[in-house]
Design a binder for this molecule. Sequence first.
Ligand SMILES: Cc1ncc(COP(=O)(O)O)c(C=O)c1O
Length: 394
Amino acid sequence: MPARSKRLDRIPPYLFAEISRVKAELIAKGEDIIDLGIGDPDQPTPAPIVEALKRAAEDPATHSYDESARGWPRFLSASARWYKREFGVELNHETEMMEVIGSKEALAHIVWAFADPGDVVIVPDPAYPVYKTHAAMCGAEVYTSPLLESNSYLPDLGAIPAGIAKRAKLFFVCYPHNPTGALATEEFYRDAIAFCRENDTLLIADMAYIRVTYDGYRSPTVLQQEGAKDVVVEFHSLSKTFNMTGWRIGFVAGNPDAVAALAKLKDNIDTKQFPAVAEAAAFALENVSNEETLALYQRRRDILVDGLNSLGWKVKRPKATFYVWAPVPSGCTSADFAKLILQKAGVLCTPGSGFGEAGEGYIRMSLTVRGDKDGERLAEAVRRIKECGIRFTC
Ligand SMILES: Cc1ncc(COP(=O)(O)O)c(C=O)c1O
């Protein structure tokens, strides 16, 4: 067997190995683990979308390669109409959009379409790891912008050194934010656009959670801001919005040159999604509202946040995403604290340090807990944490 590429060795080691080991050990002993680690909708895809897939799969027109330039035209035009309805922005689905096989691959591939060795890629910390992993594999210089609670988990644009900014090809942002649940303001987006314009940088906005919002809150998008199309591409996904993570479908929207660059790369990698999936996804965007699932997450959020706060914890109530970002007791690492809660209470949380150095000091708890009907597993998690006697000391 020949050696793997050196580039593959730039992927950092799996940080949750110890937690996974303890989890496996406890499960083998027959313990009931409440898994708040996974960020994957536990509810099924709404039945009308599954029915739409069945109908589309029976149509032989969906059985061959999708030879369109940018993706299944009915999916792209439905995506453009959805965007206009939701965010009030017109998009040309032939030049400013493309279909992708879930946003993860597209977020990875945009780096390969733009970054050469020696270029700078600015990534937030903590963050979804894909941005950094691919920037490192490309040989780009990764500049991490810490997202601090004191700055509402927004990057401090003024703290990015001018020399770094000038060499930055890409700047990743993600709001509503995984893992902190933080939100962006329109003002931040305007500043980020100005920063990218000044430095000839492409702003990559990961919008995976744009419609996972509560309490009537609606998140702004970058493309709503003036001049955004000059420097921005947004990455959208049906995964979290419609409980469709396994279906692998999303779209990219924004600057036509950036979309064209990604399309050129992907034309040489994949041959697009199964058209029946794209057809069903178009149906979802046009016909389905997932408000019921959002209402369920909201009830679970309140049970968890109120419960933990009643124990004296200081946990913020997120207005978006399905993550609760909780501080760990001082003097304790997030990995140690996650291990302690798992061993003592049988509740699995993700250590914040797994999302980057600035995630140290926090754990992430997901509201997409499997086997839960209406919040009873979250209530049980709070009860167990209370009864096991964890008192914010390690
Ligand atoms: C912040 C963020 N972006 C993108 C994705 C990828 O989603 P998908 O590839 O299913 O569209 C995820 C998935 O967990 C995520 O958390």
